[in-house]
Ligand binder design. Structure first.
Ligand SMILES: [Zn+2]
Ligand SMILES: [Zn+2]
Length: 200
């Protein structure tokens, strides 16, 4: 004990850096766990449906335990700040959307971020950027959850559990591919990249 990482530190350790995107996912995950009165997922009890592939998703994976690898993190490429969580055992589902606020402040930070990431910022601007990000994160992590995001109970179909498939060998590259993704090319099994490579 004593040197146990806080949940936020665990999320940062997984993600690699501290950012406002990660903080967003962190608060969304917290709201999901509260609303569903659940614990961190062990074995696909909870399902998360995310509609963007931003930094936020890493915090959601760490905090809720819904992960890409387990198959209970479903990604829809809509570019939306909206997150749905479902509990399999009772079908309870919530849709969570962070509340957009303080546009002026964000515009400031966005402009500065662009400059920093383009490599054109000087040292002063970089340190100012870091300071601003830290302050923004601090604010996001400490504000009341109901001011941070909207949580709405919804009716939602429970997605199927991740299935385990047989695997076969691609005759072209020799790599293993799960059966439903295998294709036939000239009478032989082919993975999708090989099929694409060999078809004009
Ligand atoms: Zn990030
Ligand atoms: Zn192949």
């Amino acid at each position: 004990m004593g040197n146990e990482k806080t949940l936020w530190e665990q999320a940062v350790a997984f993600h690699g850096h501290e950012c406002t995107g990660l903080a967003t996912g962190f608060r969304v995950a917290e709201a999901a766990i509260n609303a569903l009165q659940s614990e961190r997922d062990i074995d696909e009890e909870m399902v998360a449906i995310v509609e963007n592939d931003s930094c936020a998703i890493d915090a959601i994976q760490v905090i809720t335990g819904c992960t890409f690898g387990k198959g209970n993190l479903i990604f829809h490429d809509y570019g939306k700040q909206a997150y749905t969580f479902i509990l399999r055992k009772n079908g309870k589902a919530v849709r969570i959307a962070p509340i957009k606020r303080d546009k002026e402040k964000q515009k400031d930070l966005t402009a500065l971020r662009k400059k920093v990431f383009s490599g054109k910022a000087n040292e002063e601007e970089i340190s100012l950027y870091r300071k601003k990000v830290k302050a923004a994160i601090g604010e996001m992590l400490s504000m009341p959850l109901d001011e941070f995001c909207r949580v709405e109970e919804i009716n939602c179909e429970i997605p199927e559990k991740a299935r385990i498939y047989n695997s076969v060998i691609c005759s072209y590259c020799g790599e293993t591919v799960m059966e439903p993704r295998a294709r036939i090319l000239n009478g032989k099994l082919a993975c999708i990249p090989c099929l694409e490579k060999h078809t004009p």
